[in-house]
Design a protein around this ligand. Sequence first.
Ligand SMILES: C[S@@+](CC[C@H](N)C(=O)[O-])C[C@H]1O[C@@H](n2cnc3c(N)ncnc32)[C@H](O)[C@@H]1O
Ligand code: SF4
Length: 379
Amino acid sequence: MILQLPPLSLYVHIPWCVQKCPYCDFNSHGQHGELPQQQYIDALLADLQADLAYVQDRKIHTIFIGGGTPSLFDASQIQRLLDGARALIPFEDDIEITMEANPGTLEHDDFSAYRAAGVTRLSIGVQSFSKDKLNLLGRIHNEDEAKIAAQKAKQANYLSFNLDLMHGLPNQSFAEAMHDIDTATALAPPHLSWYQLTIEPNTLFHSKPPQLPDDENLWQIYEQGQKKLAELGYEQYEISAYAKPGFQCRHNLNYWQFGDYLGVGCGAHGKITLPHDNRIIRTVKIKHPKGYLAAQNYTFETADVIEEDRPLEYLMNRLRLMTPIAKTEFEQRTGQSADVIKVGMQKSIERGLLTETDTHWQLTPKGHMFVNDLLSQFI
Ligand SMILES: C[S@@+](CC[C@H](N)C(=O)[O-])C[C@H]1O[C@@H](n2cnc3c(N)ncnc32)[C@H](O)[C@@H]1O
Ligand code: SF4
């Protein structure tokens, strides 16, 4: 089997926030003084230029400008980034370009200015509509600003927008979690990311853990929340992602289908297929803004996804999605015959986690709940 070139996405990391949230372990830093916007965009473009050999004649399929809080950057700088990227690598005609925005940075630049700069999709970090929860989460916005942000995204003619919501928040009751879903869906976002709060190492919540809802409460929130979203026409297509038909996030779909992506910016990860050398590599860029801005050479580390790890890596991503897995996709993305995982998949079929046809595998409802058991066959 020969590896085939998958679609190529681009992830751009902007590492600053107004202040650090106590639950967040992303590579983000509280802002101190003026941001070096001009210098950072220059560095991002030089970083992208250094990755050009990985493009291999492809056009860019999707871009995700994440963080951090990219909406702290002026729209004129985002425009410079997108114009510069397009000059280096052609974009697909219907490219999806998502930018993360924080409702508390609305005054910084109007959402319509980012739209004019070329962003097609906004992802707004709402988290909750409860004043008390927003305070506990250390957010810089209030519930009204979250609603205004969603309305502004609608008025600014984005092709789609997403709201990030979290559940299982400190002391959150079932009714409070349902109220958040009701308020979010009343704003009619085409896409909703609904994450359960996790306590990550190296966060303030880890050193001073808040009181979280108990397991029974968490399960009730999850089960009823899913049901509510389905009734409202939001299809769950990934563990935490829900969308109206036709509004799935194409950038994230490419990650989960084991597609390729260039990663530029502080600490950004990339994954690249090199069919001629039968290699899949991962790249990581310099993590800290100071080191990154001073760099002459941006790539910090490059590692191969060795052949024996490819089936597990593919499945770890692909099993997040609800859709059936084409055996041909497995073969094209890993460069290996589907027979390589036959025995492990067969065991999962016998345990009721999976069904199989000549061409596809599909997780059963039980399989979705025990994905880690299935994956353990391939470790
Ligand atoms: C990279 S963050 C950036 C979003 C943007 N900076 C903001 O916070 O408004 C993307 C999303 O991940 C989610 N998230 C971050 N930390 C989390 C955690 N510990 N548990 C669950 N979800 C988390 C939040 O919903 C957040 O909006
Ligand atoms: S604003 Fe977003 S990226 Fe920044 S610290 Fe908070 S959750 Fe993390």
